[in-house]
Design a binder for this molecule. Structure first.
Ligand SMILES: NC(=O)C1=CN([C@@H]2O[C@H](COP(=O)(O)OP(=O)(O)OC[C@H]3O[C@@H](n4cnc5c(N)ncnc54)[C@H](O)[C@@H]3O)[C@@H](O)[C@H]2O)[C@@H](O)CC1
Ligand SMILES: Nc1ncnc2c1ncn2[C@@H]1O[C@H](COP(=O)(O)OP(=O)(O)O)[C@@H](O)[C@H]1O
Ligand SMILES: [K+]
Length: 523
């Protein structure tokens, strides 16, 4: 889980290793002594470590000391814990180190803190502080360092990583040979992309940011405003919600969403999409389904207008009747869940609509087969694609493996197509064509179940419909990414809340749709 500080203006900013280095350099050039900054950060960390693991519960703490300033931080922590009475010992495999790190080592030695170049020295520890490498690591780890990390990971004791788990690439989250599997990671200063890369999650443990007071002006001197990489924090999400509602309004002013979804084989997908939309508060909801599903949909969503469409032999939508085909009646269209891949002509027609369009599931597979991704950039209205990793790979075979760097992949996809792309996963990322990416900082694997994505499609559609109908900024494209991200945040929060009460096994997609309204979105 990730702890966010609602009152810190830098809490939503995510910077790359290169940007962090540049921001840090500005502080040093302005006169901040390197040692003083290290002291500030490491003192805060050592205080936090003492809260997490009080002295009375521990007999021995092992500290991994690297050659750079991550190692320097670790040595300051070692010194402080020692002075507080902890029994501390050091593993320091490097002969050569940065000057400041050597100085801290000298002082630690003068205090009588024992150290060794052999990792077995830490065998009887009950807590490990990992200060081997931070954002300065670029090369693969091998040899004795790799073996030491393997040894530590097998000790089965809590590990606290300084800044990030040693062995992870700060930007891509890639494991550089081998990496520490932390219980806690104390991110220093500003969030980095590694905290939002799916494949890094199992290494991070619980994540907290240590705010040691970086002046915002130094951040904005390096990072463009608005930041190209941002966490959708609860405070930002609340700003994107259509609340409060105007006192005098009517249903059409609260948005009219058309969903095109479902088939005989995947009837439930249309219900779940409808339930997601309903939870958004949308004013009017129309759902076009194959005619044989009409009564089923009416029984689940009596508030929605169900449009029955002629169907194929297999029970898929054959064509859209006039009521659904006149797209001028709607603020936005959501198309895809449960359609089957038969409905190519419907998807082609939807792509020609003048209003914003959300494509998900089968609509994405059809789009991939049509091979007309280029045509997306010709669309005048906004297009939103919501693929999971498999769908993303089918849509964008030429973008390098999104499994390696999801953030870079989704950004490229949005820039190439001119569409808003929401890449689903443990940490969903939403990219806009101007290169900015929104990140969802927490979720739950309870959502890894069939149908939860359908709920999300409906929710996105319903939120955007309300924004458009109220003369919102979507027309100028300004905040669409933020609204889409708000839907993803809301969806994840509902999953977290439901899982807390029902365990991670208890959040089926229908339950999820019911929990959306229980999220405390306006605290
Ligand atoms: N973010 C900030 O503003 C602050 C950062 N601080 C610390 O400074 C860290 C960054 O420090 P550094 O730039 O010194 O970098 P690191 O401490 O992350 O490590 C880089 C060092 O490791 C060596 N190295 C890299 N790859 C290696 C490999 N595969 N095998 C062996 N050695 C390798 C490099 O030659 C260099 O000496 C942060 O992660 C953080 O812990 C703090 O001291 C305070 C403030
Ligand atoms: N491990 C996970 N942690 C958090 N969220 C997850 C995880 N796995 C899947 N999800 C979320 O669940 C939803 C699944 O959507 P999708 O794959 O489209 O499923 P479906 O098509 O069956 O509805 C997405 O919103 C995704 O982000
Ligand atoms: K580290």
């Amino acid at each position: 889980m990730m702890k966010l500080d609602a009152f810190d203006p830098l809490e939503s900013i995510v910077v790359t290793a290169d940007q962090m280095g540049k921001i840090e350099s500005r502080l040093f050039e302005a006169g901040m002594p390197v040692a003083a900054l290290m002291e500030k950060a490491a003192l805060l960390m050592s205080r936090r470590i003492q809260e997490l693991y009080p002295l009375c519960n521990l007999s021995r703490v092992g500290i991994l000391v690297g050659p750079g300033h991550n190692g320097g931080d670790a040595l300051v922590i070692a010194r402080e814990l020692h002075l507080q009475g902890y029994n501390v010992c050091l593993y320091r495999p490097f002969i050569q180190s940065k000057e400041l790190t050597i100085q801290h080592l000298k002082y630690a030695q003068s205090l009588g803190i024992p150290y060794s170049q052999e990792i077995e020295f830490l065998e009887n520890c009950e807590l490990i502080i990992d200060g081997l490498f931070g954002f300065g690591l670029t090369r693969e780890l091998s040899g004795n360092i790799a073996q030491a990390i393997e040894f530590i990971n097998h000790l089965n004791i809590p590990i606290i990583s300084v800044d990030l788990p040693s062995g992870l690439n700060t930007d891509t989250g890639e494991v550089l040979g081998i990496a520490i599997k932390a219980t806690y990671t104390l991110c220093l200063g500003l969030w980095k992309p590694v905290f939002f890369q799916d494949k890094a999650l199992e290494y991070l443990g619980n994540v907290e940011r240590i705010n040691f007071g970086i002046p915002p002006k130094d951040v904005w001197a390096i990072v463009a405003k608005p930041a190209p990489l941002q966490i959708l924090t609860p405070t930002l999400a609340r700003g994107f919600l259509p609340l409060p509602r105007p006192l005098v309004t009517h249903k059409y002013q609260q948005g009219h969403l058309l969903l095109i979804c479902g088939s005989r084989r995947y009837a439930g997908g249309s219900i779940l999409t409808g339930l997601g939309a309903r939870s958004s508060g949308v004013g009017m909801l129309s759902i076009a389904v194959p005619e044989s599903l009409k009564s089923l949909l009416v029984s689940h969503l009596p508030d929605a207008l169900i449009i029955d469409c002629p169907e194929t032999e297999n029970g898929a939508i054959a064509e859209l009747p006039p009521l659904a085909a006149d797209f001028n009646n709607y603020d936005i269209i959501g198309c895809g869940p449960g359609l089957t891949q038969e409905v190519t002509s419907v998807v082609e027609k939807v792509l020609k609509a003048n209003c914003p369009v959300i494509l998900d599931a089968d609509a994405l597979n059809i789009l991939a087969k049509l091979g007309t991704m280029d045509s997306l950039s010709q669309r005048k209205a906004t297009t939103i694609l919501t693929p999971h990793l498999g769908e993303f790979k089918r849509l964008f075979p030429n973008i390098s493996d999104p499994g390696c760097d999801r953030i870079a992949a989704v950004r490229t996809a949005a820039q190439d197509t001119g569409a808003i792309i929401l890449l689903k996963g443990a940490r969903t990322a939403i990219a806009t064509p101007n290169g900015s990416v929104w990140l969802i900082s927490e979720s739950t694997p309870a959502l890894a179940r069939g149908g939860s994505g359908d709920v999300l499609t409906g929710l996105i559609g319903g939120l955007l419909a309300q924004n458009i109908a109220s003369g919102g900024k979507i027309e100028t494209g300004v905040d669409v990414g933020g609204i889409v991200a708000t839907a993803a945040w809301w969806h994840a929060q509902a999953g977290i809340l439901a899982a807390k009460e029902r365990t991670e096994l208890g959040v089926d997609a229908f339950t999820l749709s019911q929990w959306l309204v229980k999220v405390g979105i306006v605290k």
